[in-house]
Design a protein around this ligand. Sequence first.
Ligand SMILES: Nc1ncnc2c1ncn2[C@@H]1O[C@H](COP(=O)(O)OP(=O)(O)OP(=O)(O)O)[C@@H](O)[C@H]1O
Ligand SMILES: [Mg+2]
Length: 357
Amino acid sequence: MAFLEIRNLGLSFDGKPVLENINLDIKEGEIVSLLGASGCGKSTTLKTVAGILKQDVGDIFIDGENINNIKTGQRGAVIVFQDYLLFPHMTVIQNIEFGMKMMKVDKSVRKEKSMKLLETVKLSGYENRYPNELSGGQQQRVSIARALAVNPKVLLLDEPFSNLDVNLRSEMRKFVSDLQKELKITTILVTHDMEEAIIMSDRIAVMIDGRIRQFDEPKKLYEKPVCREVADVFGEKNYISGYINNNIFTSDINDKILFDVSELDNNYDDPENVEIMIPKESINIIDENSYLELNSECNNEFFRGIIVDKKYAGENTFYEVESEGCILNVSQDSDRYNINDSVYFYIDKNRICIFEK
Ligand SMILES: Nc1ncnc2c1ncn2[C@@H]1O[C@H](COP(=O)(O)OP(=O)(O)OP(=O)(O)O)[C@@H](O)[C@H]1O
Ligand SMILES: [Mg+2]
C-alpha cells in the first residue's frame, strides 16, 4: 500500500464538478507535483488532503489509515500556502512554536525543537524578528519550519515559490528539494510551472479540468505524453494532422509530408484520423553541404524548407521553417541560419508521438 492514497476523489462546488475521480498513490518519502493550469483543481485537491475541504466522494488514506473523518489538525498533513500566512504579531520563534503549543507540547521541548528547525531552514539568529522584518524567501522558510514543527506525515506545498523573484525562486527550489530528501518527508507540491515540477519531483500528476490525465516520472511525461493536452502542459509543440497507411504517415495539408512510423508507439485506434507531435527541439536544421554528406551515409528522412522567421533567445534560437505548406517551430542552439535561407532538416523520430485526433 502506498503511504498516501487518494481513491476516486470527487468534489463539486455549487453543482459544478471541480474534482473528478482523482486517484493517486504516493510512496513514503516521495515528492509528487500536481501540475496544471490555473483553476484545474490543484489547490482543491491539496485542501481535501489537509482536511480544510471535505470531498463529496472518495477516500484518503495516510499510512494505511482512512483519514476521511479525522480533523484537519490531527491528520498529519500540513499545508504551506504561497502567501506564507505567518502571524504578523508573533516573532519567528513564536510562529514556529505555534502548532506545538496547540498540541500542548512542553515549553522546553518546543523551544529546543524550534531552534533546531530554525537552523534547518538556515535562519539561526532570526528568532526574535517579526515577519515584516524578513525577506520573502526568509518568510517562506519560516512557514516551512512552522509546518515541519508538528512532525507532519505529509507536507503539502501550494505554489510556495510563486511570490518570489526568479533568483530566490531557484534558490528556494533547491533548498526545499534538499530538505525534502534529507528529511524523507512525503510531499505534494502544487505548481503550474513545468520546469519547477520537472526539477523537483519524483513523479508528476498532470491535472486538466479536475482530472488527472497522466501520472508519471518527469522524463516519461515530457517525452511520452499520452495526449495532446498533457503534451501542451510541457511547452508548445508542432502538430501535423494526417493519416497512416501501411505505417506511412501522410499530412492532410497536401498529402505530402511522409514518414515511416513503423518504429513509433501506435496507441491510436483510427489510423485515418491522427496527428503527430513534433517537439521543437527534435528538428535538426542542416545546410546543403551537411545534407549531401549525411544523406549518403545515414537513413534519416530529410526535408527541405525555408527559414521564414528567426528569434534569437540567448542559449537557443527559435526558427520558423516552412516546408510543404507547413510552418514548423524549431529550437536550435545555433543562430547561424537566417530568414530566407533554404535549408534541410531531419527529425529525431524517438521524440515524435502520434495522437488520436
Ligand atoms: N470555495 C469555493 N467555492 C466555489 N468554487 C471554488 C471554491 N474554491 C475553488 N473553486 C473553484 O474550483 C476550481 C478549482 O480551483 P483551485 O483553487 O483548486 O484551482 P487551482 O488549480 O489551484 O488554480 P490556481 O493555479 O489558479 O491556484 C476553480 O474553478 C475555482 O473557481
Ligand atoms: Mg491554487
